[in-house]
Design a protein around this ligand. Sequence first.
Ligand code: IPM
Ligand code: MG
Length: 355
Amino acid sequence: MKIAVLPGDGIGPEIVAQAVRVLQALDEPFELEYAEVGGAGYAAHGHPLPPATLQLAKDADAILFGAVGDFRYDNLARPLRPEQAILGLRQHLELFANLRPAILYSQLAGASTLKPDVVSGLNLLIVRELTGDIYFGQPRGIRNAPDGPFAGEREGFDTMRYAETEVRRIARIAFQSAMKRGKRLTSVDKANVLETSQFWREIVSAVHQDYPDVKLDHLYVDNAAMQLVRAPKDFDVIVTGNMFGDILSDAAAMLTGSIGMLPSASLDASNKGLYEPSHGSAPDIAGKGIANPLATILSAAMLLRYSFNKSAQADRIERAVGTVLEKGIRTVDIHEPGLRQVGTREMGDAVIAAL
Ligand code: IPM
Ligand code: MG
């Protein structure tokens, strides 16, 4: 069970350290190997995804990832920016299936900006396609427009495209996830405007034939955004493309009050995966020891469940997190008056004690 540990930038190293302590407390024979990634990769080796880091990730059975991004690297040319590390890992390792659960722990119902009755009990899963769409579609670039009403002017362009295999394989993951949950799947697209989406809808509907027990419906992305804040508990599993999934998953994350609680998994066809918190590197609070490590700790639980088939150990971690919240132990992002506020490391201690 070889795990590549890529802490990255900002709060990445602090939160990953706590997830690693939790993994080590399980007394399993994990082999951990560390490498720099993101701004840290650029600082050490001149590239956000140094070749040695990519190789380590390829050789590992799973990857525990912190976060990338820092003000210091905001002015680099785009190929050298920290974000390229995560995009490169997704692409090179073919991590096409991104699972982003949005679960509201009952103990945190007061932390959401939505009314408690709208969100309490929320438990939805976004299945986002991660290696296609306008994120990776060619051609793309900045050029002089060859045609159209602004011919000759400079223009920027990207290409939204999805091949049938790409839609089929993410649809399968989504239907299979729905089968293990509430058997309801909502496919999100923009089929009233985009050919890519019309095609997406056609293929998702075709794959549905293999999963007749799942109730499938389709929503346009604008309506889906509205329904997510109007009645988020109506959703079970949402499947969507890379771009729409990026946007909807941030909205869904915030329904739960703190993005500091949400783990994610990005899987390839054989369940090798990269596991990372849904939040970013928060460089403004880096090094202060106050960041919430729970999203990363819960990502480690997903790692055990999906890549190592150790559901019992994953359950233990998730229960331990529940116990800690039950005890009123909170990092600052989820703190409420009267509860005990702790730092990053103490939160790790509390989870380990609860294990
Ligand atoms: C995410 C992030 C990334 C994305 C960025 C950092 C490239 O927003 O994982 O959602 O857009 O996919
Ligand atoms: Mg995003």
